[in-house]
Each structure stands twice: as C-alpha cells, then as structure tokens.
Design a protein around this ligand. Sequence first.
Ligand code: SF4
Ligand code: SF4
Length: 314
Amino acid sequence: MIKNTIKAKAKELAIPATGIARADSIEFIREIPEFFKAHKAKTAIISLQNYSSTYIPIEDGLYGIIAPFARRNYYKELRKKQEKLAKFLKAEYGASCYISSNGPIREKPLACKAGLGSYGMNHIIASPEYGSNVIIGEIITDIDIEPDEPSPEFDRRCLECGLCIKACPSKAIEYNSPIKRERCLQHLSQNTETPPEFWPIWGKRFYGCSSCQDACPKNKKAIARQEEPEEMQEAGKVYLPDIIFLENTELKELFKGRQMSAGWINPESLIKNALIILSQSPEGMEFLYRFKEKGRETLKGYAELLIEYNKQKH
Ligand code: SF4
Ligand code: SF4
C-alpha cells in the first residue's frame, strides 16, 4: 500500500510523525502558490517534528529567554527531510510536490484531518505522542493517497483543565473563542512595537512565548526530543547588552541556525524585546540611557518611552 511505503520512508528519514489528508479543497490555502496553478493538488502529507522543551530557569541578570521552538531552526531541519521525501515520491510515483511549513497552507486543520492531533484550548495542535511541542510541515502532491482517519477537532483532554488560560499573562486565550492574536506575546515578540500595556507582563521574553504550552499537562507525558541539556541551555538565553548595538546583518549572523535568523523575522523586533527586558532593572536601565544616545535611530524613541515609563519605579 502506497501510504505505508511513504510513512516507512518518512520514519527512515527521522520524521517523528506523518499523516495523510485530502488536499483537494482550497479552504486550507491562505494564498495560492504557483504550484496550484500548474498541478492539481490531491493529497497533503503532513509531518510533525518535535522539539526539546528543556526548561530554562529564568536567570538573574541581563538575560533574555528564547522560547523552545526557536532555539534551533527546526523548520529548516524538517524541510530538509521533506525535500528527501519529495524526491522519493517523484522517483517512485512521478509525483509533483509542493513543500511548505509555516507558509501559505493552513497546516493545523490539515494536521487534524491527517489524524495527527487535535486543537487544545490554547489553539495549538497537540499530538497524543508528542504533545504540542511540535512544528508542522506539509508536502502537497498531485498523487492520490488514501487519507488517514481524522483526529477529533477538539482535544477532549482539555475539558476541566484550563491551565493554559490561567498561565497566559496577557489574557490572549479565552474558553471557546479564537485566540486574540493582537494580545499574544508570541506574536508581539515578532513585531517592531509592543504597546506599553504589555511591558509590565513581558518578563524575559527575548523571542517567543511558551507559557501556555509549559503549563499544559499533555506536554508532561509527551515524547521529548533528546538534545544536550547544556547546549539547549545556551541556545535558550541571550545576554542582552551584547546584542542591542548590533546591526541587522550581525544579528542574523549571531542567530544563524536558529529560528530568529529566518528571513521574515525583522531583527529590529529582537532589539525592541531586549529593550523592554532591560527596562525592568536599574542595571538594565543604564543600557537604555546608552541606547538613547548611541543606539539605532529607529528605536531611540521607543527607548525613551521605556525610560519615562520606568523612571518612577527604579
Ligand atoms: S493546559 Fe489544559 S486546557 Fe490548555 S491545552 Fe493543555 S490540557 Fe487543554
Ligand atoms: S503564547 Fe504566551 S501570550 Fe500567547 S497565548 Fe500562549 S501564553 Fe498567551
């Protein structure tokens, strides 16, 4: 059976979980890539890649924390495996393939349809084996493959838990309603501006937020990726005074191999996050004063606002 052969190949390529769904409806596409003009999409081969969620205690001092999914470029890693799988599909079945992850395809509903997991109350897909500490990637192809049994849309394990709602510092999650993206610190950490109402709850988030995932009991029993704890410890934190005066190219170089070096992430958002964290202590404020004098022009005004806001406190 073609499905079993493909899944066996995916395992051989070290892809932790793979499922199959029909992809013949445009409801799962945000914007139509060229592939869909040239080929008829029939099947989505969805893959999950788990990442290590090694807990990093918040250290004293002028550090920022990088959320677990961004400590390495797991997207790139999964894509490389998907490219090999697509090559196999072409060689064996003459398939044309479109590979994507975190792109124009609505991959969460497809992962659900492919039987890989269900939505939690935090609006993240959790797999029964790997929990929600996973990224999703997909190959859309023009060959017919028998789909898997879909997972239930909502994860019933969430009922009567609600720990993610309690853990969310910005009240971005509400029971039974879509996530408030404009309040989500994960989303705001990728923007070049974070409104003042979020400064007091920002904590040490240098990039990303994982509070709702850290609180989730489904992740406690999930299969964690085996990675060197020391290496992950290092990859999960940044000494902020070292980075606030860097140029964009230097920041990209510094974070090479990690999610923050991805082309769509504006390095300026990282400096902005660093300034918010630094503004939380008198020691950090010293760097804000220096930034106001010698920092990048585009964020000097933002630094000034932070100084004014925190002046009374320190
Ligand atoms: S913390 Fe509880 S309610 Fe939230 S996603 Fe996890 S199990 Fe569901
Ligand atoms: S990522 Fe953070 S801010 Fe966003 S919903 Fe989860 S806990 Fe809330």
